[in-house]
Design a protein around this ligand. Sequence first.
Ligand code: HEM
Length: 199
Amino acid sequence: MDLEKVLRDLMVLSGFSKNDALVLRETADVTLGWKDEFAQAFYDLLFSYPPTAKVFREGERAAREISLKAWYEDVVRGNFAESFWRRQWAVGLIHIARQVTNPYMLGMMSRVQQLFLHKCLENFEPEKAEQVFGAFKRATDVIAGIITEGYFQNYMSAMQRVAGFREGLVMRMLDLEIGRMLEDEGVHLSVEDWSVANL
Ligand code: HEM
């Protein structure tokens, strides 16, 4: 499955639209002011929790803060060009290489969204706060979906290449194995319901 299809699925189903990019752009003069606070809160938490602190190398925090601020800036400016989405897809691959699991990433995306909601309620009238938060929430949910799917698909591709199998063969072998695992779980589905070949 390619990035374009994944992006379309996420956008249609979450309700993310061009209008969200416009809303974010219009309010960027306010939301950009929260950048340092976001980076601080994000890394304070990651460095205070041993499993995530272990991910980082000695002296890496400053560089990571710069990357996160650049990412935040793109989001709140509504800079959603094709190159932005390609980069999010690549983040899945970068995270595999650095052993950043999807639960780590999703947990932090939830934190980012909660902090953004808090700041919106503090800084905007309720109706505006809902509009700006809604735009940010949809955008960051789409991003989380892309990173997760990029992680999964890149993992699968790498495994197929390492094993030297053709994709069709891997899919058939996976179907058999998933069938066995479903049986072990006592779940009885017909192959059409769950075939990984439909991915
Ligand atoms: C909201 C969730 C997250 C987002 C949106 C995100 C985004 C990104 C982006 C955009 C990059 C590429 C940086 C660049 O362009 O140089 C990246 C790389 C990276 N991220 Fe994440 N990330 C998230 C969560 C995490 C978490 C939870 C960790 C650690 C536990 C983490 C650790 C890293 C590391 C170590 C790199 C590699 C940097 C490098 O070696 O160049 N990220 N991430």
